[in-house]
Each structure stands twice: as C-alpha cells, then as structure tokens.
Design a protein around this ligand. Sequence first.
Ligand code: SF4
Length: 67
Amino acid sequence: MVYEVKCAECRFVCENKAISKKNWTAYRCNNRRSEFYKTTLNISIGGAEMDTITWIGCEFGERQDTK
Ligand code: SF4
C-alpha cells in the first residue's frame, strides 16, 4: 500500500528520548489515531538501529508543513 505521506515527512514524528542513545536518535510516531502510535520508526524489522526513517507511513499521516 502507498500512503500519501511517508513517516519521514510526517509532522507526528518525534524523538523518543527514553530509548535514544549517545550515537543514535530514536524516532517514534506520536499520533494517537495511528495504529503505529508509539512505534519506533527508524529500526529495521530485524531490530537494527537506522539513521533514517524508512517506515512506509499510514493513512493518518500529515505533512510537516500542514497547518
Ligand atoms: S505512522 Fe502515520 S501518523 Fe505516525 S509518523 Fe508515520 S505517517 Fe505519521
């Protein structure tokens, strides 16, 4: 499925300071409407910490520049 907004472009992305490390910043979804609420978005299926957010998005994503 292709969503209009990818997580990397979504305004609901926020840092998850609870699990971030000195050399890795964790990002999570902060949209209560999304099924991915609180999910870490820059981690691989295998659990590897990634620098970029590659999560596909969801139907409730909104662009960062949306007012
Ligand atoms: S899962 Fe949806 S609401 Fe959450 S950050 Fe990604 S696109 Fe935005």
